[in-house]
Design a protein around this ligand. Structure first.
Ligand SMILES: Nc1ncnc2c1ncn2[C@@H]1O[C@H](COP(=O)(O)OP(=O)(O)OP(=O)(O)O)[C@@H](O)[C@H]1O
Ligand SMILES: N[C@@H](CCO)C(=O)O
Length: 312
């Protein structure tokens, strides 16, 4: 479920009226997603997403995310922009929460991608990186190497309650990454969470890239490593699909070739990607009651992916 905040109909109708996009016909809460409240809103003229930003998104970061989406859309990337109301305002307050009315994009996210779909996702990521070369704003990555140490510390000995020996495995991996994490690769603003559920597709065509709320300034090739770790394994992380991996990277390189030093660092970047998702999932696992409405994601699915990259 992802409707944490209910919006009274009268408030929603008044909000929609400010945009000049017809009048409210219906609004339905969207079940997918865990972080923000999302509504599918139909007006007499069109369809929109209304997002109310909940706990994870810092309101102070919203202007960065909105500028990023505007920049990407201006260079023909399939991202949803926040609409401006008649006064030019993009960030509203709805039911007490910061909120944006966002363009609706067609498409569905795939659960078992084909090689052609992985190639298209890689190409979309490459095109995004080309467009972001000229985006000058910055946002620090709170879930980069320093953040992993802090998160591992906060999880503490509880990691072993998830799987015996996990605490030691995490601290060994942190120590390895401290030595091997590249320091001289090109940095840029990246998406940082381009999982299949954040890519909308129609057949083999990417129709939408969504959920930019982790985007930040980071090693650019790390974004490809995150995407590779998310797209190219069975859901439980136990089986790597080399054909998907090759297709994803070929799609990316058709738009944005990797430098030799980025290729060389790829296994280390992928290990960092796996540790990031292992740790955030572990934290959520330990801090979300088992009977909560939100589905907990399995941290060990990223330990198995980590095993794959560590064996390279
Ligand atoms: N612009 C959009 N156009 C069409 N559908 C969208 C759009 N934005 C979001 N959605 C739909 O809403 C769902 C939830 O959105 P999203 O993934 O951004 O949720 P979240 O709670 O912010 O994030 P998370 O995936 O991290 O839990 C998506 O799976 C998608 O189906
Ligand atoms: N895409 C992430 C959730 C957002 O950090 C995961 O699957 O763990």
């Amino acid at each position: 479920m992802a409707v944490y905040t209910q919006v009274p109909t009268e408030e929603l109708a008044a909000l929609i009226a400010r945009y000049g996009v017809g009048s409210l016909v219906s609004a339905k809460g969207i079940a997918e997603g865990v972080e923000n409240s999302n509504y599918l809103v139909d007006t007499t003229e069109s369809r929109f997403i209304l997002t109310l930003y909940e706990k994870r998104v810092d309101e102070a970061d919203l202007p960065f995310f909105i500028a990023l989406l505007d920049h990407l859309a201006a260079s023909s990337n399939p991202v949803p922009c926040a609409l401006r109301d008649r006064d030019g305002v993009q960030i509203q307050r709805v039911a007490g929460r910061p909120a944006c009315l966002i363009e609706f994009l067609p498409g569905v996210s795939v659960t078992r991608p084909t090689a052609a779909q992985a190639r298209a996702a890689g190409a979309a990521l490459g095109q995004m990186h080309v467009a972001l070369r000229s985006f000058t704003q910055e946002r620090p990555n709170s879930l980069g190497p320093a953040g992993w140490h802090a998160l591992a510390e906060r999880c503490g000995p509880q990691l072993d309650a998830i799987a015996s020996g996990l605490g030691k495995r995490v601290s060994d991996e942190l120590a390895w990454l401290d030595v091997h994490w590249p320091t001289d690769l090109p940095r840029a603003v990246v998406h940082a969470d381009l999982f299949p559920d954040n890519v909308l597709m129609l057949g083999d065509k990417v129709t939408g890239l969504i959920d930019f709320y982790f985007s930040c300034t980071e090693i650019r090739a790390w974004d490809l490593a995150v995407t590779h770790s998310a797209w190219c394994f069975s859901a439980d992380g136990s089986r790597f699909d080399a054909a998907l991996g090759d297709a994803l990277i070929a799609g990316y390189e058709a738009e944005h070739p990797l430098r030799p030093e980025e290729r060389a660092a790829f296994p280390a970047l992928a290990r960092g990607a796996c540790l990031r998702f292992l740790l955030t999932r572990a934290w959520d696992w330990l801090n979300t009651p088992a009977d909560a409405l939100v589905t907990r994601k399995d941290p060990l699915a990223f330990l198995r992916r980590l095993d794959h990259y560590a064996a390279l």
